[in-house]
Write a protein that binds this ligand. Structure first.
Ligand code: GRF
Length: 235
């Protein structure tokens, strides 16, 4: 089956989510037509190179200003006319104007259960929060004494990690978890969650109406089987 859902993946670094998106069984539903990076040395570009997927880097040093760098990136993405623009460890704030133009097409994966812990260093902050809750004798934010953490795939809006949530995958933080083990465990969730969400979007099983994410029954069933949760506000 030839995918009819061209996507552009935007990265800045390691590219493990890009690799997962390329290797997942769900990749049959979308076609990665290009990888765009703001960093010429991003190790993740290797995944594109190996598979002969066109990729372009727009390093800051090749432009007079960050604004020009961003404008060139956005132009390149738009010329490709993708059905979805997939941020996968793209470490720049995306301009509000670009976000508005592509609202509903622009996706991101974030290493926390949004709206909790937006921004950077989520694993450190989750562990610190858990420790502070325990020290204060509070258990409100804990489930059976364990903190919940995980990954979120969401549509991007102009805020910081505030766009409509598509799907989440959760885990319980173990007492022996460190920042590194937690980062690895959450990353594994991301690698399953992102291809599924994108595949469901490509198949038309997930739709955005205004800011409400709607799910076809198949999407609900598939999410349930995989242990993913869906946006609570959708009927
Ligand atoms: C992931 O943790 C993702 O949640 C965040 O950036 C990281 C990217 O990792 N947005 P990788 O480059 O995909 O390995």
């Amino acid at each position: 089956m030839r995918a009819n859902f061209p996507i552009v993946v935007m990265i800045s670094g390691r590219g493990s989510n890009l690799e997962a998106l390329l290797n997942a069984p769900e990749a049959q539903y979308y076609q990665t037509i290009s990888v765009i990076s703001d960093n010429a040395d991003a190790p993740g570009l290797e995944h594109a190179r190996r598979r002969n997927i066109p990729f372009t880097a727009f390093p800051r040093g090749s432009f007079e200003s960050r604004a020009e760098q961003k404008a060139a990136i956005y132009r390149a993405v738009e010329e490709l006319r993708p059905a979805a623009i997939v941020l996968a460890g793209f470490m720049q704030i995306v301009e509000a104007e670009f976000v508005q133009r592509h609202f509903g097409q622009l996706l991101n994966v974030h290493p926390s259960l949004l709206p909790e812990f937006p921004g950077l260093h989520t694993h450190e902050r989750v562990l610190a929060f858990r420790d502070a809750e325990r020290a204060a004798g509070r258990s409100r934010a804990l489930q059976n004494g364990r903190m919940q953490h995980g990954a979120t795939v969401h549509f991007v809006d102009a805020g910081m990690d505030t766009g409509p949530i598509i799907s989440q995958a959760a885990l319980s933080v173990a007492d022996e978890d460190t920042v590194d083990t937690l980062a690895q465990r959450v990353l594994e969730l991301e690698h399953r969650l992102y291809p599924w969400a994108l595949g469901a979007l490509a198949r038309g099983l997930i739709k955005l109406e205004g800011r409400v994410v709607r799910y076809a029954p198949e999407a609900r069933e598939e999410a349930k089987v995989r242990g993913f949760s869906l946006s609570a506000c959708a009927p």
